[in-house]
Design a binder for this molecule. Structure first.
Ligand code: ATP
Length: 268
């Protein structure tokens, strides 16, 4: 079967900083796959290459068999992307925000309105679709961004830290909707997260990235049992990243505060 995403020998440097350093990764169609790793591990750079937003200077990346460097438009038609940054406009209604993406993706005019309504229902925002997005809570904004990414019916949905800054109920609301759409459509989901608990609960397989490379990959259960009885995914993380977890928690703490302000605030 053609993998949903395949990365082989991928490297990407920003000047002297090697962000991704010989990355090999294979994601199967239909799975929920988590990309984990400390701050600076290279997760966002990897995702930006997969989504065609950054070039692939060496190595190859394919999405459902299409080369991201040579078949950029074909790849863009296959993917939906929820970036870390806010991508909804607070002055527009939820429906208008999603409609904007429907136009951007060039959805046929006669089915556009119905598709917009359908994805707003899928993320549980139908009742508030005609309110301005600035009146939405952080969790609702995240679900709106999910609707924007889903409007083109992507085969591969890519989300960069989709639940950062959300309270536990809002987090579950986002996951609940992702999983409902995944089981209805069979799409593949690739997600980055710093939450080991979320990865454990929602990802079928995870890859642990450290210093630009995949250190280990497998189901959370496999990775935990490889370490020994009673091991948690936090232990797996610590084992493969050395003592980086402590540093990561410090940085992550600062970062989470910033991210909370950035992502969970109401859009203005
Ligand atoms: N545009 C850029 N210019 C220069 N360096 C960059 C740029 N983007 C990322 N880097 C560097 O590349 C490395 C990997 O960053 P990246 O954002 O991919 O990591 P990450 O795993 O997504 O981290 P985080 O969990 O903090 O989002 C880091 O050292 C980062 O400082």
């Amino acid at each position: 079967m053609t993998p949903a995403v395949r990365c082989s020998g991928v490297r990407h440097a920003f000047g002297e900083t090697v962000a991704v350093d010989g990355l090999d990764l294979e994601i199967e169609p239909g799975e929920v796959f988590g990309l984990l790793g400390p701050n600076g591990a290279g997760k966002t750079t990897t995702i930006r290459m997969i989504t065609t937003l950054l070039p692939v200077p060496s190595g190859t990346i394919e999405v459902l068999g299409r080369d991201v460097a040579r078949q950029r438009t074909a790849v863009r038609r296959l993917i939906g992307y929820v970036p870390q940054q806010l991508s909804a406009d607070g002055t527009l209604t939820g429906r208008e925000n999603v409609a904007l993406f429907a136009r951007l993706y060039d959805l046929p005019r006669r089915t556009r309105a119905a598709q917009v309504t359908s994805v707003l229902e899928a993320v549980d925002l139908a009742d508030v679709a005609d309110r301005q997005a600035k009146t939405y809570s952080g969790g609702m904004v995240r679900r709106l961004e999910l609707a924007q990414a889903l409007v083109s019916a992507p085969r591969v949905l890519i989300l960069d830290e989709p639940t950062v800054g959300l309270d536990p109920v809002a987090r579950e609301g986002v996951w609940d909707r992702i999983e409902a759409v995944r089981s209805a459509t069979g799409m593949t989901v690739l997600v980055t997260t710093h939450s080991m608990q979320e990865a454990d609960e929602h990802c079928e397989r995870v890859a642990l990235m450290h210093r630009g490379r995949v250190r280990t990959v497998g189901s959370p259960a496999e990775l935990k049992s490889a370490l020994g009885p009673g091991a948690t995914l936090d232990d797996v993380f610590r084992h493969h990243t050395g003592d980086d977890l402590a540093g990561d928690l410090e940085n992550g703490g600062m970062r989470d505060v910033r991210a909370t302000r950035r992502t969970a605030r109401r859009v203005g």
